[in-house]
Design a protein around this ligand. Structure first.
Ligand code: CP
Length: 449
């Protein structure tokens, strides 16, 4: 073990006895517990037994003072499985090569693309292209995935279930609260409400059965400060001993990969310098910001000149994702701008990506947002706006309400690549599943204490 790590462990062990846990120690514990190697995880579990550092292991990083956040970020930098997740993308080609080799132990989970290096994402896309050419294989022979849907799905469910089957694996679909017991996520809760079991048991039991767990859990749309903690999938990641895959929570990383794969199909592999517009569209209901957050992340990650087009500043995305986008621009080139003017934004665009989402300041007060939303129905993607583009492509994650978000004319035009993007979900998710089970982490049995 490196001397630095020994010292940190020693400091951590000392700090655990302190009545007010040190934020440095706290960040170290999170890193070990969530993403550490076998020895680090054991160490973290031992530490929990002495003194639990914090009831919510994600709060400090997100809600600590500026000083605490900087300390936590500094510690993450030391222990992050990808020490340099944004800049210097080219440094990790070796990690990408190892992705499907069985030696890859870093990416325990697929929670968001920001945790994966560009070479790793490129490697997933390459594997996805191989799966597109050859659908059947045995890469998941004898393997299984539990797919937990807290919200409805058509594409995600079908593509994961079928993808596992086509590679020799088995998918089990569960809808907690409907065909499986409702789950409690609060630590220390007196469970006298609807929930019949706790995530601590659910995630660990499933980990004894399956090799992977997929989770779809949308925000509750009442309080964004709560929703932005993404507590359901983070709780699965905390308690599961097998890799966890984000099937859409407050981001949608599988959609990101499918989207980039479709753009590369139609525009070529290098997307740098392409003009990309993420446009808000009207929808009668406030929808999840997940796909918008994801589009902003992945388009900037691939060096495009990105415009976020939305009705007012109230529709800007959470600062976490705006910051990720700015960091990506700094690391990869390209640009990020904000526009409230559809004509200006569409002019010369290579890509129009549409999505509707609820304005964050109005979470829980949707009656007050409605007049703003209703005043911007003209943000619909139509032929007149598409005519302003550089013969641009149009896409959407689907489902899409025709003639509300985009016209029939746009949806049925050659410019629309939404069906290709939807198909790609099948291919990219196979690549993600294979990379995670190929990591050597495998079934939780060997990692239980
Ligand atoms: N795009 C997408 O995730 O589709 P579903 O909601 O149908 O799964």
């Amino acid at each position: 073990m490196p001397a630095m790590q020994e010292q940190l462990q020693a400091i951590a062990m000392e700090g655990m006895h302190h009545p007010h846990p040190n934020p440095l120690l706290y960040a170290l514990w999170v890193r070990w517990r969530e993403r550490g190697n076998g020895q680090e995880q054991l160490q973290a579990i031992a530490m929990e037994g002495m003194h639990h550092p914090h009831p919510n292991p994600f709060r400090q990083r997100e809600r600590g003072t500026r000083q605490e956040q900087l300390q936590a970020i500094a510690m993450e930098g030391m222990h992050h499985p990808h020490p340099n997740p944004h800049p210097g993308e080219g440094d990790e080609a070796g990690a990408a090569q190892a992705l499907f080799s069985g030696d890859h132990v870093n990416n325990k989970n697929f929670l968001g693309t920001q945790d994966w290096s560009r070479p790793e994402l490129d490697s997933l896309l390459e594997q996805a292209r191989r799966f597109r050419a050859n659908r059947l294989g045995n890469e998941l022979q004898g393997r299984s995935i539990a797919l937990l849907f807290f919200n409805p799905s058509m594409r995600t469910r079908t593509s994961f279930e079928l993808g596992a089957h086509q590679l020799g694996g088995k998918a089990i679909v569960l809808a907690p609260g409907k065909d499986a017991w409702p789950i409690e996520f609060d630590v220390g809760s007196v469970m006298d409400g609807e929930a019949e079991e706790h995530i601590a048991e659910v995630a660990r039991v499933l980990s004894r059965y399956v090799d992977l767990i997929g989770v779809r859990a949308f925000p509750k749309f009442q309080d964004w400060s709560v929703d932005r903690e993404d507590r359901v999938i983070n709780a699965f990641a905390r308690f599961a001993t097998v890799p966890v895959i984000n099937m859409e929570t407050i981001t949608h990383p599988c959609q990101e990969l499918a989207h980039i794969m479709a753009l590369q199909q139609h525009l070529g592999g290098d997307l740098k310098g392409r003009k990309y517009v993420l446009t808000w569209t009207y929808h009668p209901k406030p929808l999840n910001t997940a796909v918008a957050n994801s589009a902003l992340q992945i388009a900037t990650r691939y060096g495009m000149d990105v415009t976020l087009l939305c009705p007012t500043d109230e529709y800007l995305l959470d600062p976490r994702y705006m910051d990720f986008a700015r960091q990506n621009v700094a690391a990869n080139g390209g640009s990020l701008s904000i526009s409230h003017d559809p004509q200006a934004a569409y002019r010369g665009a290579d890509v129009i990506y549409a999505k509707s989402w609820g304005a964050i300041p109005y979470f829980g007060r949707w009656d007050q947002e409605k007049p703003i939303r209703d005043a911007h129905k003209h943000f619909i993607v139509d032929e007149a706006k598409m005519a302003l583009t550089n013969n641009g492509m149009f896409s959407h994650c689907l489902p899409l309400r025709r003639n509300v978000k985009a016209t029939d004319g746009v949806m049925d035009s050659k410019a629309c690549i939404a069906i290709d993007e939807a198909e790609n979900r099948l291919h990219v998710q196979k690549a993600v599943m294979v990379s995670l089970v190929g990591s050597g982490i495998g079934n939780g049995e060997s990692r239980m204490v």
